[in-house]
Ligand binder design. Structure first.
Ligand SMILES: *Cc1c(COP(=O)(O)O)cnc(C)c1O
Length: 231
């Protein structure tokens, strides 16, 4: 675990070097979906500080079990998978950030629950850049409207955009998608639709996180490269 984490951190540093960026700009989200609590414990002990889960139900079992250790190391849990409105309450209780907001209705629900629980929840809008039916996320044309709407919610902190591009064997093929997400972020900032805190790009996975960093990622979501292939 330590060796794998070290190797990923070195790859992050090398990509930052190529792009003239600082490693402190990048947060590694270790994606622990399907990974048992015991191995997540090892990852935390090896130095992982942000974990990503894609299903509320699975997280409901694992996050409380790891709470003492997570508190000791100041670990954050991020929800990266599609969220149904009926699981929004549990999600706000469990998670420190949600990367996968993809509708006004969901955002409204998260805002209202966060308000009830006295929390301010960091969120990203998930954008479906490839137009794939099988993937979650809002259509590119709807992103700016949703930015404007979410900006009005007092209990949500809109941090930026997230995407899962189509899978390519060659990570270079994902580069145009990462560039497009960055342009959307820059355009939203320029039009003044969003606040100062809207600066993050959650993009890049095991196969393509280096290219994503070269194109401006601030959160990379890495599962397989850290925990090994999922069963
Ligand atoms: C599983 C998952 C990842 C991590 O994928 P790997 O290829 O294992 O690194 C990243 N983001 C999302 C949304 C995922 O569901």
């Amino acid at each position: 675990m330590r060796a794998r984490l070290e190797a990923i951190n070195q790859r992050i540093a090398a990509a930052c070097g190529r792009a003239g960026r600082q490693v402190s700009e990048i947060t590694l989200v270790a994606v622990s979906k399907t990974v048992p609590a015991e191995r997540i414990r090892e990852a935390i002990e090896a130095g992982v500080r942000t974990l990503g889960e894609n299903r509320v139900q699975e997280a409901t079992a694992k996050i409380p079990e790891l709470k003492p250790l997570a508190d000791e190391y100041n670990v954050q849990w991020h929800l990266i998978g599609h969220l149904q409105s009926n699981k929004a309450r549990r999600a706000v209780e469990l998670f420190d950030a949600v990367h996968s907001v993809d509708s006004f209705k969901l955002a409204e629900r998260l805002d209202s629950i966060a308000g009830e629980l006295g929390k301010r929840l960091p969120v990203f809008i998930e954008v479906n850049l490839g137009g794939e039916q099988s993937k979650a996320g809002v259509a590119p044309d709807d992103v700016f409207l949703l930015c404007e709407q979410i900006g009005k919610f007092a209990n949500l902190e809109l941090k930026g955009l997230m995407t899962v591009p189509p899978f390519f064997d060659d990570p270079e093929d994902a580069r145009p998608f990462f560039q497009r997400l960055r342009r959307m972020r820059d355009d939203a900032r320029q039009t003044g639709l969003v606040g100062e805190q809207f600066k993050d790009l959650s993009m890049g996975m095991s196969n393509d996180f280096e290219v994503a960093i070269e194109e401006g990622a601030t959160f990379v979501r890495v599962g397989t490269a850290l925990f090994g292939a999922r069963a």
